[in-house]
Design a protein around this ligand. Structure first.
Ligand code: GTP
Ligand code: MG
Length: 328
């Protein structure tokens, strides 16, 4: 088999839902193995069918617990589910990976569920691309619902919106001033708020703060006002089940809203823009930087700047002139 035929075969297996092929591809994406790109090319035309749900929030807020419960509720409706737990290898995630796996373990035997973790190793820039590609894999496998779990610690929260149709922001009471810090970022990205562990002190205050923020946002009458769902305790089956139904209703409602308005198109366009941006960076900028680093030029350029023998723009123009045929 030629390498191209092999790729076509791999893509076919993924489309049939083959877990081993999909897992291997996700691992290659994670490790930034160049061959992964060629398989992505073959599966890309078969993506775009899933409803992609992002779950973000501070460490330990209960994102995985919620994702696990949502899997159950989607499965009851006969929908297949793919989950991508993104582990940013940040100081916040001691052992989170293992925790995620254990919590979603009860779905391990279910062929309609596919759970994978994605670690990031190093550059933050690479994370977004890896998430996007891994989502393509789950999508091509034919999963109806894809859940992406990320720890929201500022930057990444905002990135999740580029990958998701519906973003759930999970908060817990008692975060104190933290809420102020993440407010600006999450306001723009949350489609649904969940206040988890709402049996704790400070739950009312958090609710009131979110309501006030939403009131100030001047959402038009035909716009989407992010609902706030308070989950008192995930360990109380009856009340939790009710809240879970409410949440999945809002998730469906939000997707319907996106489809009925222009917004789904807008989100797709934004996602496509980001993807082309990242692909260009990977195909143009990264190889050039790699070469410049390897032949020592990068170092020399830095030295020139320090000694004021040149400036960043002149140096960049010189490099662009060397590598690109038509420099604007
Ligand atoms: N009391 C209480 N505990 C909860 C609730 N939801 C989750 N927990 C617990 O909180 C801990 C963290 O839950 P996770 O679901 O792992 O939280 P997470 O946001 O995925 O955590 P990271 O991925 O590490 O950021 C677990 O021990 C859960 O059992 C809740 O509503 N009430
Ligand atoms: Mg988690």
């Amino acid at each position: 088999m030629t390498p191209k035929q092999e790729d076509i075969e791999k893509a076919k297996r993924i489309r049939k839902g083959d877990v081993r092929t999909a897992s291997r591809l996700i691992r290659n994406i994670e490790d930034q193995i160049p061959e992964a790109k060629t398989t992505i090319k073959h599966i890309f035309p078969h993506t775009g069918k899933a409803h992609i749900i992002g779950i973000t929030g501070p460490p330990g807020a209960g994102k995985s617990t919620l994702a696990d419960a949502l899997i159950g509720s989607f499965r009851e409706k006969n929908k297949t589910v793919g989950v991508l737990a993104v582990d940013p290898t940040s100081p916040f995630t001691g052992g989170a990976l293992l925790g995620d796996r254990i919590r979603m373990q009860r779905h391990a035997e279910d062929h309609g569920v596919f759970v994978r973790s994605l670690a990031t190793r190093g550059a933050l820039g690479g994370l977004s691309k890896a998430v996007g590609d891994a989502v393509h894999v789950l999508d091509a496998m034919g999963k109806d619902i894809i859940i992406i779990e990320t720890v929201g610690t500022g930057q990444q929260e905002v990135e999740i919106i580029n990958h998701s149709h519906t973003v759930i922001v999970v908060l817990v009471p008692g975060m104190g001033d933290e809420i102020q810090a993440i407010k600006a970022g999450i306001m723009e990205i949350a489609d649904i708020f969940v206040i988890n562990k709402a049996d704790r002190d400070g739950s009312r205050q958090l609710y009131a703060e979110l309501m006030a923020m939403l009131d100030m946002a001047n959402i038009s009458s035909d716009g989407w006002r992010p609902p706030i769902i308070r989950i008192e305790n995930v360990f109380e089956p009856i009340s939790f089940q009710k809240k879970l139904e409410e949440l999945s209703g809002k998730i469906e409602g939000h997707f319907q809203y996106l489809m009925d308005s222009q917004l789904l198109g807008d989100r797709l366009r934004r996602k496509s823009m980001m993807e082309i941006n990242e692909a260009l960076r990977a195909s143009i900028l990264e190889p050039v930087l790699k070469e410049l680093a390897e032949n020592g030029e990068l170092e020399m350029m830095a030295e020139k700047l320090i000694q004021k023998k040149s400036d960043p723009y002149s140096l960049a123009e010189e490099i662009a002139g060397r590598y690109l045929k038509n420099v604007p």
